[in-house]
Design a protein around this ligand. Sequence first.
Ligand code: NAP
Length: 246
Amino acid sequence: MFTGKTAVITGGTRGIGLAIARKFAENGANLAILATRGGEACEKAMEELRRFGVTVKLYLCDVRDCAKCEEVAAEILKDFTRVDILVNNAGITRDNILAGLSVADIDDVIDVDLKGAIFMTRAFIRSFAKQRSGSIINISSVVGLMGNRGQANYAAAKAGLIGFTKTMAKEYGRRNIRCNAVAPGYITTAMTEALTDAQREELLAALPLGRLGTPEDVADTVLFLAGEQSRYITGEVIKVDGGMYV
Ligand code: NAP
């Protein structure tokens, strides 16, 4: 489905990002994976992806650093000649009620989850415009649509990402660049493993589909938005939340 295409995935060495990378690799896409840390687990993930027979390269890049995003994007374009898909997946949480949030908690989340996606998109947009094609997928969250106690910084960043998505759709649609967002609900990754049993039970009781999501649930939607089947969809937000926010 994606043979000969190249996808860039931020935060692609674990969690949802790795599941997205796996699906793309399974479907023939070459991969440029961005992460802040290398190490053994990261190398293992890269090896696993290479077993699909596609080209996989790892780039260390903190998406908070705009200059580094530009530098890495140029390097990727040199290594792969062209990029077809950008998935802005890197994200962090620093949860607390508003009065308890430090300035660093607010800055860190906005810097990674919102500004990081803007920086990365900005770094690739000229090459997309030049080739008159490109698909950008931003990983937002249902929390950006519905708000959530204890996540003012995160909800604001993820809501901001939706505004950014819609704006990119409007600014670059004429150049055949599509930009969509995916809004996952509770997905089982490192980000959500801190849930207590009581919190998990309460959550499950409120979920129409009666289970937490998997990274693969999100990855399937990202692949749909990246490919031909969604060719007339842009500026859209697709919830992958088991009905959490209906
Ligand atoms: P995760 O397992 O904690 O992974 C986060 C990823 O982001 C890691 O690969 C990490 O790379 C990368 N990252 C963090 N800070 C970065 C930075 N400054 N620069 C570049 N990369 C950075 O989280 P996840 O659950 O897979 O979440 C992935 C995305 O889905 C996030 O945007 C998250 O907000 C969103 N989401 C998750 C859920 C959920 O329930 N899990 C729900 C809704 C939305 P390193 O390890 O190399 O730092």
